[in-house]
Design a protein. Structure first.
Length: 476
């Protein structure tokens, strides 16, 4: 089983015309099933408070949530004894498509039943009879079937039930994928302060309501929406005398991920600072039929929680650390991209407004890539061991107006990195690397900022942090 997420077991139970003790093909501890699209899936319902894995062999147009792999670890309870849920649905996934019984395909997992797009019921206990009137509820809306047959057109003898036995996790939540030793995530936070792959330092205020490219590689892109905002922050004596300064600055309020999987699918994820408990995910192309509709990746709105989806070589992980912070992570074999929704410092005085802090961490030595990364942060992974510091804002006054736009530290000018606001997932900008077969690193020697030779024994990561933390947090 999956020790990090709990133990599960899936088997036929109380089948109308089946062996109640028979194990599932694709069920049982530790097994995975790969469907026709090359997708793996583990899924659970938020209401159940446990993890289970299940799979599908096809992807229905109206059930896109079940077209990708999903892991879900819940905080709700700590079970000492195994418990069981029961699931009710069709015995054959294509009975409505062909009247020839010889062509019928047996549903051997819960997810195969779900994949049909037909109704599936569940009961948080094992019933005495596998029939929809015996307390089963629709898995999508929690409404009881009662006397209404949820499967009209399906023969009464062609239905079955699965029992799912589960245990609570006995180990802590899984750690992030292993990083390159010594790599420390770079940051883009608050009124964004940037730190690059070599420790490059610069500020970037952005134009109000404008999307910029943060990272562009041949298979992965990250764009960010910059929004102007005014807020208060502490001065040098603020802890003692309560003096505050006003900053008319900006923050990242939304991010847009785009990934090309190794099977040719295009995955997009949107994440907003003010809606941190969910993230719309879509998958298109590469045989991902029926996945065009958005899937909502969701976590609890207040309590620690986590949900993971996997599409080929790309993973999407949404976690809630506590009531005040949640984060989305998208990774492939090259980078781990993270955006955390956090309150501004001095939260009460700033009306509990939120921003996104962004980190970009390489999972391998990307400076040796045939396609060198670019974007406002991506370009700093140029592998030259030289940090280039650009323009930064002055926070010494009690009223601050930010204006730095990365001058001296970035190739070209800020407008070269603008993404069409009407298509925030777009990869089109002057230095785009998405889909490229080759691209050289930037010419750092041509940049006008301060050049600093740095000790580069390990590949560093980069990102942003906020100006509301400037007085209490120095650049590492």
């Amino acid at each position: 089983g999956d020790a990090l997420f709990g133990v599960w077991n899936e088997a036929v139970c109380n089948a109308v015309h089946g062996d109640a003790s028979s194990a599932l093909a694709g069920g049982g501890l530790g097994r995975k099933h790969v469907d026709a699209h090359g997708l793996q899936q583990a899924s659970s319902h938020n209401r159940h408070g446990f993890l289970y894995r299940a799979v599908s062999t096809s992807i229905p147009a109206d059930r896109t949530k079940h077209g990708v792999q999903m892991r879900h670890r819940r905080h709700r309870r700590d079970l000492l004894m195994p418990e069981r849920d029961e699931y009710y649905g069709v015995q054959y996934i294509n009975e409505l498509q062909t009247s020839n019984p010889e062509e019928w395909i047996n549903a051997t997992t819960i997810m195969m039943m779900i994949s049909t797009g037909l109704a599936v019921g569940y009961s948080p206990r094992t019933t005495t009879k596998c029939w929809y009137q015996k307390g089963f509820m629709d898995i999508y809306n929690d409404e009881r079937f009662n006397m209404t047959d949820p499967l009209p057109g399906i023969g009464p003898k062609n239905r079955q039930c699965f029992c799912l036995e589960y245990y609570s996790p006995s180990a802590p939540p899984p750690a992030s994928p292993p990083l390159i030793p010594g790599a420390v995530p770079g940051q883009v936070t608050g009124d964004p302060h940037f730190r690059g792959g070599d420790g490059d330092r610069f500020d970037f205020a952005g134009v109000n309501n404008t999307v910029y490219s943060m990272l562009s590689t041949s298979r992965l892109a990250l764009n960010a929406l910059f929004v102007k905002m005014s807020f208060v922050m502490g001065g040098k004596k603020s802890e003692v005398e309560g003096d505050l300064k006003t900053v008319h600055g900006s923050a990242i309020k939304a991010v847009y991920f785009r990934a090309l999987t190794d099977a040719g699918k295009t995955l997009t994820v949107e994440y907003k600072a003010d809606e941190p408990s969910h993230a719309p995910l879509s998958v298109k192309g590469g045989g991902s039929v029926g996945m065009e509709k958005q899937t909502e990746v969701e976590v609890h709105t207040e309590k620690p929680d986590g949900t993971e989806y996997t599409v080929d070589d790309v993973k999407v992980l949404l976690t809630r650390k506590h009531k005040r912070e949640a984060a989305i992570t998208v990774s492939n074999g090259d980078f781990e991209l993270k955006a955390a929704s956090v309150y501004l410092a001095w939260a009460e005085k700033n009306k509990k407004r939120k921003r996104l802090d962004v980190s970009i961490t390489p999972l391998r030595d990307v400076s040796a890539s045939v396609v060198a990364p670019h974007g406002l942060i991506g370009q700093t992974f140029d592998g030259d061991g030289v940090a280039v510091d650009g323009a930064t804002d002055d926070y010494s006054a009690y009223v601050v107006y930010t204006k730095a736009m990365g001058e001296g530290a970035i190739e070209g000018v800020a407008s070269d990195y603008v993404i069409d606001r009407a298509d925030p997932f777009s990869t089109a900008f002057k230095y785009s690397r998405f889909g490229a077969s080759s691209a050289a690193p930037r010419d750092a020697a041509a940049l006008t900022g301060l050049h600093r030779k740095v000790e580069r024994t390990q590949l560093q990561s980069a990102g942003t942090n906020g100006d509301d933390e400037v007085t209490v947090r120095a650049y590492e």
